[in-house]
Design a binder for this molecule. Structure first.
Ligand code: FES
Length: 103
């Protein structure tokens, strides 16, 4: 799902790192939004709602709606549309409101 060529953006870089979505390795470009890497890999469900467990994914794409929140490296409620990817990140589908773990 990546755009292979764009006449204006001129972004032809290939993924240079690996992130892990629910344990599965996914290629990513360092610094691109986590959500972009997930969408490129075909991931569309980022979280489940608290009451009815309905799937949610990208909606606004600019960090306002919180539909894209996921558990990133153990921290819940991370807005993946505005959080840059870096090598080795562990991203999990968030169930409900997410659980904070004791440090
Ligand atoms: S898609 Fe709306 S905050 Fe990320």
């Amino acid at each position: 799902m990546r755009v292979p060529f764009h006449p204006i953006l001129d972004d032809d870089e290939e993924p240079d790192c690996t992130i892990y979505h629910n344990g599965e390795a996914i290629p990513a470009k360092t610094g691109e939004p986590i959500a972009a890497a997930l969408l490129a890999a075909g991931v569309k469900v980022f979280r489940e709602t608290a009451k009815r467990r309905r799937p949610r994914g990208i909606y606004c794409g600019i960090g306002r709606c919180t539909d894209c929140v996921m558990v990133v490296d153990g921290e819940p409620n991370v807005r993946t549309c505005v959080t840059p990817a870096r090598a080795g990140m562990r991203i999990e589908t968030q169930k409900g409101l997410g659980e904070w773990k004791a440090p």
